[in-house]
Write a protein that binds this ligand. Structure first.
Ligand code: NAD
Length: 263
């Protein structure tokens, strides 16, 4: 397929990460116009450089935790002449992000309220603010869809022992926000349906990103297919959810986890 997303104008938060940059590349290849966004920094710069000169790509700086920026984002895009009909609530504070920033992973007993609330602000309040702005500026004007991003560790508890001796952990606020975001999906599904807007959740499994062989082995034992997934394997499902082919789906949670959640 080369035009699965023809006619789709996709707005993505947190576009510079492992999965976001894969969605951008794959969606452009499928004929979408892609409006990427992320925090200012090296991820944003790399993404802009990768797609410089592509007339179907544009980029906006956006901190999803900033209410003023969220309130302005669709007005800016519309004023620039593009009309998003697909929105991906993809930005998140992830373990990868904290590890990259050299942040320590405290034990649960030492987790500060400030760190917990900072994660809620980005992963959950940010997703709410983008959805609310979509409601104000887009929903009802033309058919559209929202995809919220959860995780295999949203409605399933983390397997804490696999992180023993690893430079990263699964942290409590992460799972809390990823469970919460599906609550936003099911709440909005019925609320938006009369206005021709759908909303679904994707729950990616463990995505390989240069993890050690030992970590891959430990995670692989928890997964029916026996291995971590490739970013493109999550993108395959994301492309479907972003396409017109998912038009009769709303309020659903799509697990792309190699069978992890089905044991
Ligand atoms: N990689 C995995 O194994 C995995 C598994 C399950 C779910 N997910 C989810 O998929 C999504 C993408 O994950 P990823 O693996 O690409 O993570 P990543 O850490 O590589 O990328 C996350 C992106 O979000 C951006 N971001 C962080 N805070 C932000 C803010 N306040 N405003 C705007 N952007 C912000 C970062 O700059 C980064 O580019 C996340 O929601 C993540 O929780 C990932």
């Amino acid at each position: 397929m080369a035009d699965q997303l023809k006619g789709r104008t996709v707005f993505i938060t947190g576009s510079g990460g492992v999965l976001g940059s894969t969605y951008v590349r794959r969606m452009l290849a499928e004929g979408a116009r892609v409006i990427a966004s992320d925090l200012e920094g090296h991820r944003a710069e790399a993404l802009k450089e990768a797609h410089a000169g592509n007339e179907n790509f544009r980029f906006y700086d956006l901190d999803v935790g900033n209410e003023d920026q969220c309130e302005a984002i669709f007005k800016r895009i519309l004023a620039d002449g593009w009309e998003p009909n697909v929105v991906l609530n993809n930005a998140a504070i992830t373990g990868e992000l904290l590890m990259g920033a050299g942040k320590p992973f405290p034990d649960f007993a030492d987790t500060s309220v400030a760190d917990f609330e900072r994660t809620l602000r980005t992963n959950l309040t940010g997703a709410f603010m983008i959805a609310r702005q979509m409601d104000r500026d887009i929903v009802g004007k033309w058919p559209c869809t929202l995809v919220n991003v959860a995780s295999m560790y949203a409605l399933n508890g983390a397997h804490h022992p696999i992180y023993d001796g690893m430079p990263f952990k699964n942290f409590s606020a992460y799972g809390v926000t990823k469970a919460g975001i599906h609550g936003l999906t099911v709440w909005l599904a019925g609320y938006w349906a009369p206005r021709q807007a759908t909303v679904n959740t994707i729950a990616p499994g463990a995505v390989f990103n240069n993890h050690s062989e030992e970590f891959q082995r430990r995670v692989g034992e928890l997964i029916m297919l026996g291995r971590m997934c490739k970013p493109d394997e999550v993108a395959d499902a994301m492309l479907f959810l972003a396409s017109a082919q998912s038009g009769y789906m709303t309020g659903q949670l799509v697990n792309v986890d190699g069978g992890f959640s089905a044991w």
